[in-house]
Design a protein around this ligand. Sequence first.
Ligand code: ADP
Ligand code: MG
Length: 619
Amino acid sequence: MADIIQLLPDHVANQIAAGEVVQRPASVVKELLENAIDADATEIKLIVKDAGKTLIQVIDNGKGMSDTDARLSFERHATSKIREAQDLFQLNTKGFRGEALASIAAIAHVDLKTKLKEQELGSHIEIEGSTVKQQEVVVTPSGTSIAVKNLFFNIPARRNFLKSDTVEFRHITDEFHRVALAHPSIAFTFYHNGSELFNLPPENYRQRIVHIFGPKTNEKLVPVKEDTEVLKLSGFVGKPEFAKKSKTEQFFFVNDRFIKSAYLNHAVSAAFEGLMKEGYHPSYFLHLSVDPKTIDINIHPTKTEIKFDDEHTLYAILRSAIKHSLGQFNIAPVLDFEQQSQLDTPYNYKNKTAKAPAIEVDRDFNPFKDETSNFKGSSAIGFKKKQEQSWESLYVGLNDNENNGQVPENIKDYTVESEVETGHLFNGTPVETKKTTFQLQQKYIISTIKSGLVMIDQNRAHQRILYENYLKQLTLKEATSQQLLFPLKLQFSQRELTMLDQMQADLEHTGFVFSKEEPQRLVITGVPVGVSESEVSIILDQLLSDMDNDIPDANFSATDLLAKSMAKSLSIKNGQYLTAEAQEHLVNQLFACKEPNISPTNRPTFITMSVEDLEKRFM
Ligand code: ADP
Ligand code: MG
């Protein structure tokens, strides 16, 4: 058989490599920003159109490239950053693989203009799908401008695979945040579809965080600092009371590179132990500086995962440094005294007081002893007495024959009581008493139906009711708004504002009326009927966290997400006491729903138990 192995042509190899490096427009943003930083730029401009699908351009004032370098930079494994394998262990640059430009050029139209400081003229190169279309001498400022257009133009499958602009844009913003947070001394501007989203001057780290995440961030930051031989740690953690449900404000930078590390994240969480409600996550912006020799960045093409030589030590240092900061800034003690009960106990136990177990054991009870003497011996009243009586009744039942059907005096109450109970279970029709529902553990509503019992999860049921209600309002656009006497002003980060912007029309259909105000504020003048002012920020925070968490896919509907999110925020929670009327109302409303049996997140809202089931349990 003839030889069949061939070397792949460069442009094919590049396309394959591109699959690893460039997953989406945000990956291009990351690579280009990193190249600008590696070129020692002090000012970097990012221009994006249509979430990067049409254009991604990065302009820097860095060192630029010579004619030859400009051409070479698009070759695979062409890099100025390392020369030999040894250099991998003393990396001070973001890039080193020499793959990014080659990969990007393989799958897009690239336009590069670059000039060295000491030269008069620069060079201009146009490349489409790895083919150089043009190279010429141009007049251009010192530094580099790279424009990437029509990403994935030659791989339709990849292009079609891209998510909505909303989602892709969010990834780009995330990438921009990471780079901008890693380099507060570099000035960044960011334009999307012609409007300026960020204009960040060179500043200190705290200022940079506040600039990105909004003025309200300032008061929540607690500085963290620790200098040891193996690790220099600096940055901030968020005070526990500002913790969020989403994990969007969690940043580790190792030697100025954003990384993800579940292990280190655990160290931070461990430091916050006992200070935070379940389901909430601390914010952190932490810079770790370690000897490049002790890490390996080469394990992942996008370089967001790295390997540390001594993870355990880093873990310990991180945890204790954060604990120390929280203590020093009086956060831990304050919480210990004032908020402990709210923060430390699970949500549904919040409003409960401690109770002794309801069943008391009668230590004197002896089933072999003569019945009557046993009762005489007991002086307990109320519940305890009843308890004994029912205990007794178990034995009496067995002795029925012996007693010739005679029920002792003290058992009569019990039998009468239970007759009422069994009466309506077996008649199959609701009894004509005032109370048709019963709340169990402030969590379940129990009621009778023809066939037996129904047990309803109060939170899920209410979510279903509200969800259908909001969905209707949103589609019919029929909601009424109630005007606030004094407008409510809430601070948000730029990113959050953009997200809320996308939801504005939908939010208005539920009854929200709001506008934006500088700097990064939402002015709310109207809220949905039935929503109180204090609930507004809960609703919006929940919405933002939901938008972050269920990254919408193909069948995503903003309306649906909003209806779900509002239902979640405003629903009756577990642990909430409900009056008999409220219970009944909830049951009636639930069964008037279109899909009463599942919650908006597809979980059962109630379960039933038929009389037969019950009878089986009693066999
Ligand atoms: P890497 O960054 O891993 O070296 P890239 O493909 O990203 O690989 O870039 C290749 C080379 O092109 C870099 O090593 C650098 O010399 C040069 N280069 C890329 N972008 C710039 C820029 N903005 N300014 C100056 N040089 C650049
Ligand atoms: Mg690079």
